[in-house]
Design a protein around this ligand. Sequence first.
Ligand code: NAI
Length: 289
Amino acid sequence: MNVAIIGCGTMGSGIAQVASTADCSVKIYDTNPIALNKSKADLERILSRLNEKGKLDNAEKERIQKNIEYVGDLKALSEADLVIEAIVENLDIKKTVFSELETMVSNNCIMASNTSSLSITSIASALNNPERCVGIHFFNPAPLMQLVEVVPALQTSKNILDETVKIISGWNKTVAVAKDTPGFIVNRVARPFYGESLRIYEEGIADFETIDWSLKNLGGFRMGPFELMDFIGNDVNYTVTETVFKAFYFDSRYKPAFTQKRLVEAGYLGRKSGKGYYGYDEKGNIETN
Ligand code: NAI
């Protein structure tokens, strides 16, 4: 199967790895050549580490890498059977890319978005054939996270939904079908997790190291909320919160926090920028002093 991924940042790169591991022929496209080079180099680093640990043999490593082609021209995606878009979380930009791409791909091509919080129904409305549009929402890091939410738009045909569930299940993922509502299932549940943690911090009840420690050691979470926001990217996390807040007609349960807004304005995006709530060393580990 020919799979096209649009956007080779955190999510696009991970989804490309998942699809190529499942033996799809993958083309990954980005407008930024630096991002394309980084994605390729990151995959080499990730697979080499697995190879060194004995979790992936040489032939498998080579097969996964050979299945992926890095392209800088949207037209190169014309043979795709399935497109998964993972670009910036902006409705207008996503709609523009979808309508441009629809003129290039076949009528049977499924067109999916990995959006965390935008309306799939609204993205679908940019297409002449909106029945082919669906949400396929992976979690970060895509190769490791088992769950994928599949989200039909109001316009999505039953055939496209069934086919999408079949494809993603075949990629060794567990699918949960969710209604097209802001944040779907997991990101909606996660908003109060981050939001309430930020409020506890802003009210001076505890610092973020203590909040993270408590949730990990007392609550059984693998990562604390601040570590997790840094891991996801404060820009991405803030945008999702803002979108969900607006989409729920400014329901105060989802209100974004100034603490996170200021981090984003400063470029303190988290692990990817070397600084967020915590400072990070070159290997991406939290600096302890
Ligand atoms: P990112 O910022 O790491 O990567 C986005 C990539 O898209 C960049 O390489 C950028 O150059 C490229 N891009 C931007 N505009 C483009 C265009 N018009 N055409 C082609 N490429 C373009 O973002 P990330 O984190 O990978 O997120 C991508 C999408 O996935 C967003 O919709 C986000 O909400 C969603 N998502 C993010 C998760 C996360 O934990 N980061 C988890 C699940 C979904």
